[in-house]
Design a binder for this molecule. Structure first.
Ligand SMILES: N[C@@H](CCC(=O)N[C@@H](CS)C(=O)NCC(=O)O)C(=O)O
Length: 219
């Protein structure tokens, strides 16, 4: 089996797939898709979406982080990252869906507004409100377990760990002293999750990538 993942170190979606790869112990070649013009040209030929992560496995090309993670599960690669039972599976997918739609969407818009110069304050206020709603929804569907669903990592944790890394960074950039103040259970979940060695690895990678970008482009 040959597995290549076109990746960007700072992408939360790529980080979701990296976390699944690490937790499953898969032998994947992880390639920074945008690191050279040659790689970028190679990546552009692989499909119309032009987004990382992108999986190329035994000649098959698969985009979209959640689809890639579910594909690993369907193939039965490594330890399962799906919980037992239809309700737990539904809650796992719900948490990922809330993360993608109601947390990442406003957070991406806010990341484009980090520089106070030329900031659209009305947009910032609106998206901070949307982000707070998304974050409260995540907290609502957690149950206080060490992982999102019970005592073992699932795909919900693969989605949420990178998102919460960015959430923790972005709050203070817009003046929130403690981004988890209104959602203490979510804060406790994220702090606990960071003790998992695979999560630690991904958080360290995200932190290094973020520092590199921030030092290259001072805001
Ligand atoms: N829904 C996609 C989102 C992927 C995505 O937005 N990736 C960004 C990086 S975070 C990207 O590749 N951006 C490059 C571009 O849009 O040109 C997923 O879950 O994989």
């Amino acid at each position: 089996m040959s597995m290549k993942i076109y990746n960007a170190q700072l992408s939360p979606y790529s980080a979701r797939v990296r976390l699944a790869v690490y937790a499953k112990g898969l032998d994947a070649e992880i390639i920074d898709a945008f690191s050279t013009p040659e790689l970028e040209a190679e990546f552009e030929k692989l499909g119309p979406l032009q987004k990382v992560p992108l999986l190329v496995m035994d000649g098959k090309v698969m985009p979209e982080s959640e689809v890639i993670c579910e594909y690993f599960e369907d193939l039965g690669l490594g330890p399962s990252l799906r919980p037992e039972g239809a309700e737990n599976l539904a809650r796992m997918r719900l948490l990922s869906r809330i993360g993608d739609l109601y947390v990442m969407e406003p957070m991406t818009k806010l990341f484009n507004q980090i520089n106070p110069k030329g900031r659209d304050q009305a947009l910032v206020d609106r998206e901070l409100g949307e982000l707070a709603k998304g974050i409260k929804a995540l907290a609502f569907y957690l149950d206080g377990s060490p992982y999102a669903i019970g005592g073992q990592m699932t795909l919900a944790d693969c989605t949420l760990a990178p998102m919460l890394f960015f959430y923790e960074q972005i709050g203070p950039m817009f003046g929130a002293a403690d981004p988890f103040m209104d959602v203490p259970m979510l804060g406790a979940y994220y702090r606990g999750l960071k003790n998992d060695p695979h999560v630690t690895r991904v958080i360290v990678e995200l932190d290094a990538a973020l520092r590199k970008v921030m030092s290259a482009k001072p805001v």
